[in-house]
Write a protein that binds this ligand. Structure first.
Ligand SMILES: [Zn+2]
Length: 198
């Protein structure tokens, strides 16, 4: 989970986040499905995605796979605080993250106070995590306090960061990076893994 800096919210959210949240709460109470509203004839979903892409250079904010853009890895907008419970945060800019389909489907509406946020000022990858370069797995940093390790473990579990072929995918990407002449890190997935392996 690579740290990034959040920039200003798109206008549609600056103007309407509160109103949309109220509207969604009512809609949800009637059993209706989630939808992104429109602002000045533009789909909010499209505008929000366009504003999110550069923050992580089209990488998933949680597993760092790229390219999370239309036509490649399906982009989704992750609600860090689940919209089903935290209605008023559903359109809050700070609650929205660019996310790949896999991370989204592992997390669903799960939430824990221990979860780490990649745009938090206090977040530091090496404080919380370390890698096993043999297996490609991401692990809590064993030199830290139990509380710090518990936060990392919960984040790994909820976003499924070691699920299925993900550890192997990190190893494969590292190999691909090594054999690429003059590689540019931003063009690769799992940048934290590659940087620490080199
Ligand atoms: Zn992901």
């Amino acid at each position: 989970m690579r740290k990034f800096e959040r920039k200003a919210a798109p206008e549609c959210l600056r103007v309407n986040a509160k109103k949309y949240g109220k509207r969604w709460k009512i809609r949800h109470s009637k059993g209706k499905n989630w939808n992104w509203y429109e602002y000045q004839n533009q789909q909010n979903e499209v505008v929000i995605l366009d504003t999110l892409y550069p923050l992580t250079q089209n990488h998933c904010a949680f597993c760092d796979i790229q390219k999370v853009i239309k036509g490649q890895i399906r982009p989704t907008i992750e609600h860090f605080y689940p919209k089903e419970k935290y209605h008023f945060l559903a359109y809050r800019w700070n609650n929205l993250f660019l996310c790949c389909d896999s991370c989204q489907s592992y997390k669903l509406a799960k939430f824990s106070r221990k979860l780490l946020k990649p745009d938090s000022l206090a977040y530091d990858f090496d404080k919380y995590f370390m890698f096993d370069f043999e297996t490609g797995e991401i692990k809590p940093n064993e030199s830290q306090s139990l509380h710090t390790q518990a936060r990392a473990a919960e984040t790994i579990k909820i976003y499924g960061l070691n699920k299925d072929s993900r550890p192997q995918a990190r190893l494969n990407e590292l190999e691909y990076y090594i054999i690429t002449p003059f590689p540019t890190l931003v063009d690769f997935s799992y940048r934290d893994f590659i940087e620490r392996a080199m």
